[in-house]
Design a protein around this ligand. Structure first.
Ligand SMILES: [Zn+2]
Length: 125
């Protein structure tokens, strides 16, 4: 693809700051989620010793699944943010890979790692 348009350095710096802030939040959330998961795991092992009720073991398991699922989602999000930062560095950030136009700012703030504009993403191929 040929890049026809470019974001101004000024704009890119603004996006970078925004993404770095989101990244901070995400890292904190992951830290909290990890602690939460550890707590559930600890609680789980205690329950396994003291509880012979299958129902309790089942809900423990569910809690753990939920915590892991949430943690994984947050880590995926963090990965996307890292990717967006890489894209800022290599100049592909915020440019639609299909039409080569700038991706609207509102969309970039919503989904910083996106590589297509809304029109290209939703168009029927
Ligand atoms: Zn496009």
């Amino acid at each position: 693809m040929a890049v026809k348009v470019k974001w101004l350095k000024r704009d890119l710096n603004r996006f970078k700051k925004l993404i770095l802030a989101k990244r901070e939040d995400s890292l904190e959330a992951i830290d909290r989620a990890k602690k939460n998961t550890d707590n559930i795991l600890e609680g789980g092992s205690v329950n396994a010793i003291y509880s012979s009720h299958m129902a309790d073991a089942g809900s423990d398991h569910q809690e753990r699944e939920k915590a892991f699922y949430w943690l994984k989602r947050e880590m995926d999000y963090l990965h996307y943010l890292e990717r967006a930062l890489d894209m800022i560095d290599d100049g592909s950030f915020g440019i639609c890979k299909d039409c080569g136009e700038k991706i609207p700012e509102t969309r970039l703030i919503e989904v910083p790692h996106t590589t297509t504009c809304y029109t290209c993403k939703t168009k029927i191929v």
